[in-house]
Design a protein around this ligand. Structure first.
Ligand code: TRP
Length: 453
């Protein structure tokens, strides 16, 4: 009965677009292209695809299994399968990771929104020193980033309170296609620039000499992050899947969309950057400093086109961030409203207000004299470090061990094959991967980031 009162995704397309919306985020745009370009081009892309196959998809399928079986928020979904054992802690860890990330992810999403405004208002026009100064001043300003964090939270809140089908699914159904179209248009614009083919070559030219252990582990880490694994998002969304949703097919399609967006992002960044001879980098610096410069330079002779491309690019980024933020918000909203037995609306407000405050504090920690700097790191960086480098791999590792070794195999197989109605051809491979390969790979990235291996 309890299941009936929960929302559900209404269609297969809704499932794919909403979940791909969670996966496609800033990581696809500011991290993947650079890694691919630096680490052997097409060879990196092939290694990455192999990681998606042997690590990403099995982890995603595992979260889907836990989520759909539980048909409840992530913490409870784990508890149901844990049968009173300590394994239920993993579910709480996922929710906590999601909770801690929501605030600071919103800050960066807010920056993207500001850059839409700045593109329209022409605030990004100027020489490179001006552009980098603009970013420094903006993100250390005590008011403006906080304002945009609040704006993006209110938009997310608005979507979330409309529920799963009328909120998340409806929003994803127009946001994701819009994102894709924007991306395609910008790819075309960037590749029409003179000299852009050098950029395509940089991204795609296979170079086997670059491949070493670091490249391999980099691809593993990127795959894990890019597919939004171990933060409760996949598990929460899966709790709204129907019994007919084909879990394996969905995971494959979502991963393909995620990878395609990442490659297309590379086909914007490198052609544009190479055509004007600016060397691209990664992270916030790439999208908030380097690319505005690239757009200014590349379209210097046709300013209206530069204006349009810049506007479209930041709209695209904001959409990517927004759909991810929605999934993070939903993890927490589902948790609060089911565990505290309050209404969904109240649950959503608790998340919006408390994460909004965390976000505001993170944002303020970047202004010069905030006093919110600990161990030489701003609160913002500390959140990023603790969640991304510590919580994420540990939770992911435990999740794989839980599904691979603890959860009764008849439950896993039933979910995998939709109660025997699907063939389940890859079940053996899946189980082997989630038992052995995934835990070892995750352990390897965890140790690698602390230079142990
Ligand atoms: N996958 C997102 C990206 O590529 C980032 C991310 C990781 C994320 N985990 C998440 C987003 C959980 C939302 C929810 O940028």
């Amino acid at each position: 009965m309890a299941e009936l009162s929960r929302g559900n995704f209404g269609s297969k397309l809704g499932v794919i677009l909403a979940t791909a919306g969670s996966a496609v985020g800033l990581g696809n745009i500011w991290r993947f292209p650079y890694m691919a370009g630096q680490n052997g081009g097409a060879v990196f892309i092939i290694i990455y695809l192999a990681c998606v196959l042997i690590l990403g998809i099995p982890c995603m399928v595992s979260e889907f299994i836990i989520g759909r079986h539980g048909a409840s928020n992530t913490a409870r979904a784990y508890s149901k399968l844990a049968n009173g054992t300590a394994w239920k802690v993993v579910g709480y860890m996922e929710v906590l990771t999601g909770y801690l990330i929501t605030g600071y992810y919103a800050v960066v999403s807010g920056w993207c929104c500001n850059y839409i405004y700045a593109s329209i208002a022409g605030e990004l026009k100027g020489d490179p020193t001006y552009v980098s100064q603009y970013f420094e001043n903006f993100c250390s300003d005590p008011v403006r980033p906080v304002f945009w964090t609040v704006v993006i939270f209110l938009i997310t809140h608005f979507v979330i309170v409309h529920g799963v089908r009328n909120g998340i699914e409806k929003a994803s159904k127009w946001m994701m296609p819009t994102l894709f179209i924007l991306l395609l248009v910008i790819v075309v614009a960037a590749n029409l620039l003179p000299g852009s083919s050098k950029g395509v070559e940089f991204l795609l030219k296979p170079d086997f000499t670059k491949v070493d252990k670091d490249v391999f582990l980099g691809a593993v880490g990127q795959c894990f992050y890019s597919l939004s694994i171990a933060m409760g998002c996949l598990c929460t969304y899966a709790s709204y899947f129907s019994r007919r949703t084909n879990i394996v097919n969905s995971a494959v399609q979502i991963s393909l969309i995620d990878t395609l967006v990442a490659i297309l992002a590379g086909l914007v960044i490198f052609p544009a950057a190479f055509s004007v001879g600016i060397s691209p980098d990664s992270g916030p610096k790439l999208i908030f400093i380097t690319l505005p410069n690239v757009f200014n330079e590349a379209f210097a002779s046709i300013p209206w086109l530069g204006w349009l491309v810049s506007l479209m690019f930041y709209a695209l980024l904001s959409l990517a961030a927004l759909t991810s933020l929605m999934s993070l918000h939903e993890v927490n909203t589902a948790f609060f409203y089911e565990e505290l037995h309050i209404s969904r609306k109240k649950g959503a407000w608790i998340v919006t207000v408390s994460c909004g405050i965390i976000g505001a504090i993170c944002s303020l920690s970047l202004s010069k004299h905030s006093g919110l700097v600990f161990f030489g790191k701003s609160l913002f960086d500390i959140f990023d470090f603790v969640t991304g480098q510590i919580f994420l791999p540990i939770t992911g590792l435990l999740m794989c061990l839980f599904v691979g070794w603890y959860v009764p195999k008849n439950i896993v197989k039933d979910e995998f094959t939709n109660w025997g109605t699907l063939k389940g051809t890859f079940y053996g491979f899946y189980l082997f991967s989630v038992r052995f390969i995934c835990p070892l790979l995750i352990l390897a990235i965890f140790l690698h980031q602390f230079n142990v291996i």
